[in-house]
Write a protein that binds this ligand. Structure first.
Ligand code: PLP
Length: 393
């Protein structure tokens, strides 16, 4: 016998990965140019040149040191470089002790949730939400509490959060810029969250952590992305280079436990413990070093901005309804029938791969990832048109 829950997770791939796998098979069958694969958030922009240069230079180093273990939390030089970057960029007193290098935001989130919860606690997520949150929350023995985003702007709904946060609430996960809707939480909205959490902490007599999931921090189209620790001190930032440097396969990111929280050292120790318990120690060492070498390198968002323009203009002209994204590289489009899965299936017949919204915790929408080539968007427009005509005549 194997573990039933783990068997279930292994047997049922996520809706995103399932569609992505279908797309790979379909491309092999009919040719890559004939499939409009908007399923997964795999960056289409190449990693910066500086990354390649850093790899080449590092390869000159002595191999056993270069490829050896680092301490569990990461190479001290890299932790120092990350802390220094956070200090300079956000004007907060970041110390290297509060930085823990991780295999992407995924590991960072799994660790952070385990670090600040006890089994039986509740973790609040904002719907629509990144589907893997559910897996990590359950693994920590906790319960997910869903709070719908405020419609139509998809900001945090402070009244709904007020109603949802109770004696069992240990943490609130927020993700801005947001996958899947592209919303960026305003400073005012985050300040309202902070005021609510301060009141709830006093009322309930417990600490409530914000886990800020930030892989898309750099991917914005002009919006300000406030640094959450400056607004709510009890924040754990889960950062990743998967999207900002287009390095999702290298599995590199970090946890930063804000120095501004009164229990910062204790939380960092629990982060180290959770990393140990989950086996997430010593993030990939070569890429720890690479990000330290490239830490101030800007992200290239020009082609995502152009894709966003093409897609929103194109779908707008065809009569689709969607949320105008301020960040990330996803468009949240209203399905043309209530059943998002059925709509996604009908889109498939036009070779359009759109992720149904159900696994993000809401019905009736699809997510269109526009981290694709410009040509994919241009060529997909007749298919989107035919799909619309199928529904609306
Ligand atoms: N959080 C969100 C909202 C994401 O979209 C993703 C990846 O797509 C992750 C976390 C995980 O990212 P990583 O590749 O850094 O593990």
């Amino acid at each position: 016998m194997v573990n039933e829950r783990m068997y279930g997770l292994g047997a049922e791939p996520s809706a995103i990965r399932e569609l992505f796998a279908y797309g790979m098979a379909r491309k092999a069958e009919i040719g890559a140019d004939s499939v409009f694969d908007f399923s997964i958030g795999n960056p289409s922009v190449p990693a910066p040149d500086a990354v390649k240069q850093a790899v080449l230079e590092l390869m000159e180093e002595e191999p056993s040191a270069l490829h050896g273990y680092s301490p569990a939390a990461g190479d001290p030089r890299v932790r120092a470089a990350v802390a220094d970057h956070i200090r300079r960029r956000f004007d907060v007193p970041a110390s290297p002790d509060q930085v823990y290098l991780t295999a992407g935001a995924a590991a960072g989130l799994a660790i952070s949730i385990c670090a600040v919860t006890e089994p039986g606690d509740e973790v609040v997520v904002i719907a629509p939400f990144f589907p893997e949150y559910q897996v990590w929350i359950e693994t920590a023995g906790c319960t997910r509490v869903e709070v719908p985003a405020h419609v139509p702007d998809f900001q945090l709904d402070i009244d709904a959060l007020d109603a949802a946060i109770g004696p069992a609430t240990a943490a609130v996960i927020i993700n801005s810029p947001n996958n899947p809707v592209g919303a960026v939480y305003t400073r005012e909205n985050l300040e309202a969250l902070a005021a609510l959490l301060a009141r709830k902490e006093a009322e309930l007599g417990r600490k409530i952590y914000v886990i800020s999931d930030e892989p898309y921090r750099e991917i914005t189209y002009g919006a300000e992305v406030p640094y959450v620790p400056c607004v709510w001190p009890r924040t754990i930032v889960c950062y990743s280079y998967s999207k900002s440097f287009s390095l999702p396969g290298e599995r590199i990111g970090y946890i930063y436990v804000s120095d501004l929280m009164d229990d910062a050292a204790e939380v960092s120790t629990a982060v180290a413990g959770a990393g140990r318990a989950l086996g997430f120690i010593c993030a990939p060492v070569l890429f720890q070093r690479v990000i330290a070498a490239c830490i101030d390198e800007p992200s290239d968002v020009a082609s995502y901005a152009e894709n966003r323009r093409l897609l929103t203009e194109g779908l707008g002209a065809l009569g689709y309804e969607f949320v105008e994204p301020d960040g990330a590289f996803y468009l949240w489009v209203r399905a043309l029938e209530d059943d998002a899965q059925a709509f996604s299936d009908r889109a498939k017949a036009h070779e359009l791969l759109l992720v149904p919204s159900d696994s993000f915790g809401v019905p009736g929408w699809v997510r269109v990832s526009y981290c694709v080539s410009r040509a994919t968007i241009e060529r997909s427009m007749p298919a989107f048109k035919a799909l619309m005509e199928e529904y609306r005549g």
